[in-house]
Design a protein around this ligand. Structure first.
Ligand code: ADP
Ligand code: MG
Length: 355
């Protein structure tokens, strides 16, 4: 399906080129005048390390100084959100909530309340597969240091890991943890949200062609000037390859995989960063030759905004192929491209076209 849609894109481009070259010379003069007017318009790029990942911005603008200021505004917004939402920064609002909400009811900023509200909505939609209280056990893992929670800790904390412990009042904007050991983390939704904020900044400034990404979460404004953006879905076991390339326009896409943050343990098991809240452990992927075809190793969700595609990619990863694709088919406006542990590619209904 993807190949054929790419072929269609290429065919359309050839058609446009043929038409242009066949045009009358008067038209060429008009083109030249147009070119003279927009001679300084060009693509502007920037990449920075923020939120524990690579944030990149690409936009089309006719004024280099304005483009630079816009990119700086976008990067500043990512840094602001990292300062508020990082579990690693002692003074972030998230850290304050984790310190206090087990003992008392805490007040939340409108922004954090909106993120928690959305997260809880996805917890309900996914039967608890998406659960920001995964951090109760997640905080005992350090993938760089090959550190994980031991069996006793996992058993002891499993009750505290449950979104039902989050006593959240959206009208009053307050939160209380029903279990003193509960902790939360927004790693499964914050980057998608941040990408949306960045896109808002560019849209308000009148930008018509742009792409913003933070690790596996991307969103585009418009197209790439006459052609769709070609978004690569990385091969989950070979960094240098794409498993698929998808032509996209004016949309968001989020990818979750077991290859972003992981280590391989002494029993050759992959210990990665997407938790199954039911077990309190990294989601079983069935990888390593056993080939359980319901288990996924890469999930990409396409939809209008990162605030939804980000939590959905994490959710579908946890739910597995059958339940995950059923969820996406039930939600209007979203599509999925998933890779199972046998390295096969599957699509949600809206992407499966008869060829
Ligand atoms: P990435 O951070 O690579 O973009 P994902 O969008 O796949 O990754 O989200 C994974 C992150 O989500 C983890 O690093 C962790 O912070 C958080 N997370 C892990 N498991 C869950 C879960 N079951 N529910 C909600 N958030 C989770
Ligand atoms: Mg996600």
């Amino acid at each position: 399906m993807l190949k054929s849609s790419l072929r269609r894109v290429r065919r359309a481009h050839r058609h446009i080129a043929a038409k242009l070259f066949g045009a009358h010379s008067a038209c060429c003069l008009a083109c030249l005048l147009l070119l003279a007017n927009t001679a300084s318009a060009e693509w502007h790029y920037e990449k920075q390390a923020i939120m524990g990942t690579e944030v990149s911005v690409q936009l089309w603008h006719e004024n280099a100084a304005e483009a630079e200021a816009l990119i700086e505004g976008v990067m500043a917004e990512f840094r602001r959100l990292d300062d508020e939402l990082s579990p690693y920064k002692k003074n972030s609002e998230l850290s304050r909530v984790n310190r206090d909400a087990g003992r008392q009811t805490v007040e939340l900023s409108a922004e954090l309340a909106a993120l928690i509200d959305k997260s809880l909505w996805y917890s309900e939609q996914t039967g608890g597969a998406f659960d920001i209280s995964y951090a109760t056990l997640g905080k005992h893992y350090d993938f760089r240091q090959h550190k994980r929670a031991d069996t006793a800790t996992t058993k002891q904390l499993l009750k505290a890991l449950n979104y039902h412990n989050l006593q959240f009042d959206s009208a009053k904007r307050t939160l209380h943890f029903g279990h003193p050991q509960t902790r939360i983390d927004l790693g499964g939704i914050a980057k998608g949200y941040a990408v949306d904020r960045a896109i808002d900044i560019l849209r308000r400034a009148g930008v018509h062609h742009a792409s913003v990404s933070a690790g596996g979460d991307s969103r585009m404004i418009g197209d790439k000037r006459g052609q769709p953006w070609l978004v690569g879905i990385r091969h989950p076991r070979d960094k240098s390859k794409n498993a698929a390339v998808i032509p996209l326009t004016d949309t968001a896409i989020s990818t979750s995989g077991d290859y972003e943050r992981f280590f391989i343990d002494d029993h050759h098991q992959r210990v990665h960063h997407i938790f199954n809240p039911a077990t309190g452990r990294p989601t079983e992927t069935g990888d390593g030759g056993r080939g359980d075809s319901d288990r996924l190793i890469s999930v990409s969700i396409i939809g209008p905004q990162g605030f939804d595609t980000d939590p959905l990619s994490t959710s579908v990863f946890v739910l597995g192929k059958q339940k995950g694709l059923a969820l996406i088919d039930r939600l209007p406006g979203f599509e999925a491209v998933v890779i199972d542990s046998n390295r096969r590619l599957y699509f949600s209904h809206g992407l499966e076209q008869p060829d």
